[in-house]
Ligand binder design. Structure first.
Ligand code: APR
Length: 233
């Protein structure tokens, strides 16, 4: 593999699928069980906050039973052993990357284990339920919501992500359907600045045609194999 010095990785729900976490658009996924407009939009939260808070309590409970899989562990090893620059961006709101050994993870869609105050915009670690409207630890208003970016909201740290996409020489997408922007546009952004682009996915995604290379299979096999390749130089 040509000298790779700066890597940007984007992960989606597929990397956590083998840990038992539901994806969104695979068969039986979350968007077959729930309506996006009811549980993943600001309008849905305003209309029926308890429905939304129960949805996120259910997802947090599922996370308690999940363990990081070989793909998460391989990315943790990559962070420890890769001599170049690495930015790991995830659309996932679970903490499996961190528990798999990744110390620097950019959660562009927020995190289940964090709460956001709708009044003062404080983000605070939050492990328990929000159903009883706990007071914000900063402004004391009873306005904590899940710190998850909903449809129509702006993801976190987009400036930092685009800066890294412009400078990277390799962009790797793992376990995402390429159905949601702006994440779905990252491959084009990286490619337009000269990066090589690689997709590791169970099946072809909406963005597959944009990648120089697509490898199909389980993340738990493809990701460790790819990390071995990169570290072998
Ligand atoms: N290994 C590799 N890829 C897998 C595996 C696996 N074991 N299992 C599923 N996949 C792939 C599927 O083929 C699919 O392409 O992971 C992808 C999952 O796609 P989605 O369910 O759409 O999840 P994601 O791409 O992360 O969704 C993007 O949409 O609704 C929002 O908040 C949600 O952040 C999420 C965003």
């Amino acid at each position: 593999m040509a000298e790779i010095e700066r890597i940007v990785i984007l992960t989606g729900a597929g990397i956590s699928a083998e840990s038992g976490i539901d994806t969104f658009r695979s068969a039986g996924g979350l968007w077959e069980q729930h309506r996006i407009e009811d549980v993943a939009t600001p309008e849905g939260f305003a209309r029926n906050p308890d429905l939304v808070l129960n949805f996120y309590d259910m997802r947090r409970a599922a996370l308690a039973d999940a363990e990081p899989n070989a793909a998460h562990m391989a990315l943790g090893r990559l962070e420890r052993e890769f001599a170049g620059e690495l930015l790991l961006v995830t659309q996932n709101v679970d903490d499996l990357h961190e528990r798999g050994g990744s110390g620097r993870v950019l959660h562009m869609h927020g995190e289940l284990k964090s709460a956001l105050c709708s009044a003062c915009e404080t983000r605070a670690p939050w492990l328990g339920t929000l159903i009883d409207r706990p007071a914000c630890p900063v402004c004391q208003a009873p306005s904590l919501r899940p710190d998850v970016v909903w449809f129509g909201e702006m993801p976190y740290q987009m400036g930092r992500i685009y800066q890294a996409l412009e400078a990277c020489d390799l962009f790797v997408s793992i376990g995402t359907s390429g159905a949601v922007y702006p994440a779905a546009g990252f491959v084009q952004e990286a490619r337009s600045h000269g990066a090589r682009t690689l997709e590791l996915n169970l099946e072809h995604s909406e963005g597959s045609r944009m990648f120089h290379e697509t490898r199909l299979g389980l993340a738990s096999r493809l990701v460790p194999e790819w990390v071995d390749e990169v570290l072998a130089g």
